[in-house]
Design a protein around this ligand. Structure first.
Ligand code: 5GP
Ligand code: MN
Ligand code: MN
Length: 323
């Protein structure tokens, strides 16, 4: 593992960096890419920002989002590959993964639990609430001024990964950083509305369908939703609209572990896991080849919805006596 100043030195020397986040990008992944990417542009670096999956409509307001190249890596003479909010190769997605077959130097900056990140240089700090929090320190170390555009991206990264400063990862440092960003004049209330306050009608229709699948374990500590592709399509929704549904089983009083099972197009099942106080859902997801954080994690399983539910629920129930 490297220090953040070592990482800063590597980045400073780059001329043509290629920056990526993870598949199905979220606010932290996108906000981090854009804050660092736009920041390095002010130093005159020729920055290319890529994403294997499209930018969800929700995040197209982020300053610079239109610069993110989706679903391919344009040919270029890149001298540094920077992975943000992602320290395992398969979460880069198929379009970006191919870059790693070349000789390019790789640098990983992340806050997921991972003792074995894939970069030549790695800075992984699970105590950070968001990768955006680390990027903010990095910008300071490189002496890049945080302007309004960078501030909006950094704030979005932090506010999304802390669930609006409500999750356990919300430390005093998070508030200090947010305060500095707010001081720069970002439109906090408007951002809250854009990110949390308004949802496309497809999301609400999907919620309507998804809530009918709600199941709760006998002991009341595990609650889950199951969503089929047919349901997603029946309301004209897309995979991006599934994000956030996990908050509903999580909200139920007495529930410790909330799970969403989502059937994907290719017969795979995406599993999202959240816990409130006790269960380490990172360990749970790891049993199925996934990962994440102690309170929020995920994995992707083969073999259809019923099998995924059986496997994951059995493992989860094993954590509770008589559940
Ligand atoms: P979500 O449920 O919102 O997709 O993901 C929750 C957390 O778990 C995120 O921090 C995400 O990066 C991580 N995560 C989700 N799916 C996977 C996965 O398949 N593999 C790994 N390693 N992490 C995942
Ligand atoms: Mn993320
Ligand atoms: Mn993150």
């Amino acid at each position: 593992m490297n220090s953040l100043s070592e990482v800063a030195e590597v980045i400073k020397k780059a001329r043509r960096p290629l920056i990526s986040g993870h598949v199905m990008p979220d606010g932290d992944s996108l906000g981090s890419i854009l804050a660092l990417g736009l920041g390095l542009q002010t130093l005159g670096q020729e920055v290319t920002m890529v994403s294997s999956d499209p930018v969800p409509d929700l995040y197209t307001f982020l300053p610079g989002a239109e610069q993110i190249v989706v679903g391919k890596v344009p040919p270029g003479n890149y001298d540094l590959f920077i992975a943000l909010d992602c320290s395992v190769i398969d979460r880069l997605g198929k379009y970006v993964e191919s870059v790693l077959n070349s000789e390019i130097t790789t640098l990983v900056i992340d806050h997921h639990v991972n003792d074995n990140p894939f970069g030549h240089y790695n800075y992984v700090e699970p105590k950070s609430a968001a990768t955006g929090q680390i990027v903010m320190d990095l910008l300071d170390l490189i002496n890049i001024e945080i302007d309004n555009k960078l501030a909006i991206n950094l704030y979005t990264a932090i506010v999304t990964d802390t669930g609006s400063f409500r999750y356990e990862n919300t430390t005093p440092e998070v508030h200090v950083k947010a305060s500095r960003l707010i001081d720069l004049g970002i439109p906090v209330s408007k951002l809250s509305n854009l990110i949390f306050g308004e949802q496309p009608v497809e999301s609400i229709r999907l919620l309507q369908v998804a809530l009918q699948s709600l199941e709760i374990s006998k002991c009341g500590q595990i609650a889950w939703l199951s969503i089929t592709q047919e349901q997603v399509q029946s309301v004209g929704a897309e995979d991006q609209h599934v994000d956030g549904l996990i908050n509903y089983p999580r909200k139920i009083k007495g529930v410790e572990v909330a799970i969403v099972f989502k059937e994907l197009n290719d017969g795979m099942v995406k599993v999202s896991l959240r816990s409130k106080y006790q269960v380490d859902v990172n360990l749970l997801a790891k049993k199925f080849g996934g990962g994440g954080h102690v309170r929020a994690s995920g994995c992707t399983l083969k073999g259809g919805l019923d099998q995924a539910k059986k496997l994951v629920l059995t493992e989860t129930q094993n954590l509770f006596r008589g559940c």
